[in-house]
Ligand binder design. Structure first.
Ligand code: 13P
Length: 301
């Protein structure tokens, strides 16, 4: 059954001139059919660079939106439109405008886990991989960092600027990666290194040997001499880490599972490639504003 579906997806890929982009958190069987597996921004840039007419984005809504922002001439498909991001949903344009009014002298830096409309209201975008460098490189001493409070607090601990935080979090990183779990895994595997995504709380990040985004974790796993690694992020990435590093042992945080990421299935991918729906589109005025914030990020780092 699964083989038939995979053959069908391959056939549709050729027929539609499509590329399948898969985020590092996706289930293993979806990573296996990918043209590229990567982090949120990496994939959007690949979407813009490819000659394919159709981009099948296996991730969550803001990622597919970012792909569309950078390549509006392409058809961008998200196989399940309900695959959202609770962190991105913690902020609205109206609330951000209000915050700006409170701090008219501050620059607004928005994490890529946000809607296109919020990006369009921001001065510059950032990812977990470049947030510190982006904030550091801005003129001015004051920054409003939205929407992730934990990433903002981490940035604030690393830069010499006033960082005004937004009270948003990713529930998976903020609640499901707990101090108890991490200390238990560290006790059970005393030789293991610990890597953590900066969406985790500062108390967790203080225990980490390396704080990085998902592409940084892929690199760390490859380059580190460590034979055992505890992985402080969404557990789906462990499939890729194991596949690329068969000689090493990875310990996931078992409760760190993003239900939105898991909404994407092989069946939905095949169906969406047949119908070319559901598509992710952004109104042109919003897209242009969001594109500016994303492009400024690329120029700054
Ligand atoms: P990366 O940009 O590191 O892939 O992270 C994406 C994400 O949504 C983390 O929760």
């Amino acid at each position: 059954m699964e083989m038939k579906l995979i053959d069908r997806i391959e056939e549709l890929k050729r027929g539609r001139n499509a590329v399948i982009l898969v985020h590092n958190y996706q289930p293993g069987e979806i990573q296996d059919i990918a043209d590229y597996v990567g982090d949120s921004l990496e994939l959007s840039r690949l979407a813009a660079a490819t000659d394919a007419a159709v981009v099948v984005f296996c991730g969550v809504h803001f990622m597919a939106e970012t792909a569309f922002i950078l390549s509006p001439e392409k058809i961008v498909i998200l196989p399940d439109l309900k695959a959202g991001c609770p962190l991105a949903d913690t902020i609205t344009v109206v609330a951000l405008k209000e915050k700006r009014r409170e701090h008219p002298d501050a620059k607004v830096v928005c994490y890529v886990n946000s809607s296109a409309a919020v990006k369009a209201e921001s001065d510059v975008c950032c990812t977990s991989a470049n947030a510190v460098r982006i904030v550091e490189s801005l003129d001015g001493e004051k920054v409003i960092f939205v929407p992730d409070r934990n990433l903002g607090a981490y940035v604030s601990s690393r830069v010499d600027k006033e960082v005004i935080l937004w009270d948003g979090t990713c529930p998976i990183h903020d609640e499901n990666v707990s101090l108890e779990q991490v200390t238990k895994l560290k006790r059970e595997h005393p030789e293991a290194r610990f890597i953590a995504h900066p969406e985790c709380r500062l108390e967790i990040l203080r225990l980490a040997d390396e704080v990085c985004g998902t592409s940084g974790m892929v690199r760390y796993a490859r380059e580190s001499v460590a034979g055992e690694i505890i992985v402080g992020t969404e557990a789906g990435i462990v499939y890729r880490l194991k596949k690329e590093n068969p000689g090493k042992t990875f310990y996931p945080i078992e409760t760190a599972v993003c239900p939105d990421m898991k909404l994407i299935t092989l069946e939905k991918i095949a169906r969406s490639m047949e119908t070319l729906e559901p598509r992710v589109v952004v109104p042109e005025d919003v897209r242009l504003g969001a594109e500016e914030a994303v492009k400024r990020m690329v120029e700054l780092v």
